[in-house]
Ligand binder design. Structure first.
Ligand SMILES: [Zn+2]
Length: 141
């Protein structure tokens, strides 16, 4: 059997076998155990949980929820309690950072604060170096 010719029945069979062996509902990120990936499950079933329900597997409590990153549109998993902590959901810190940085307009007030803090820290910028090494020296006055 190859990954390409797996049937809905076989997926259900594997899900049931997993449940029998491990006594817990498989999660869709648990790809190493299965001879198919999430994509094939979604080919036959509306969602991973629907496939589990058809296989008569009780769903995990505290199961992570699938979310779509607001920045890069990747699907990622997150615990419900983590989701409640913030309004916007991102797959990573860098997505979150670039989402909030893009389109942010500095008011004159924040520009002034930034400039003052730069002066206070005496940051020397070496323009000849590449971007990562831009800030070469920093110390407090
Ligand atoms: Zn992302």
């Amino acid at each position: 059997m190859t990954k390409n010719d797996i049937s809905a029945e076989q997926i259900i069979w594997y899900l049931k076998e997993y449940y029998k062996l491990f006594k817990k509902a498989p999660v869709s990120t648990d790809l190493t155990w299965f001879p198919f990936n999430r994509k094939y499950v979604l080919k036959y079933f509306i969602s991973w949980n629907v496939a589990l329900q058809i296989a008569n597997i009780p769903l995990n409590r505290n199961k992570p929820k699938e979310l779509i990153c607001k920045k890069c549109n990747n699907v990622f998993l997150r615990q419900i309690k983590e989701i409640k902590k913030s309004n916007n959901q991102f797959c990573s810190q860098s997505c979150s950072a670039s989402f909030y940085t893009l389109g942010r307009k500095h008011t004159n007030e924040t520009k002034r604060k930034i400039s003052e803090s730069l002066k206070a820290h005496k940051i020397f910028i070496d323009k000849s170096k590449n971007k990562k090494q831009k800030i070469i020296k920093e110390y407090y006055v």
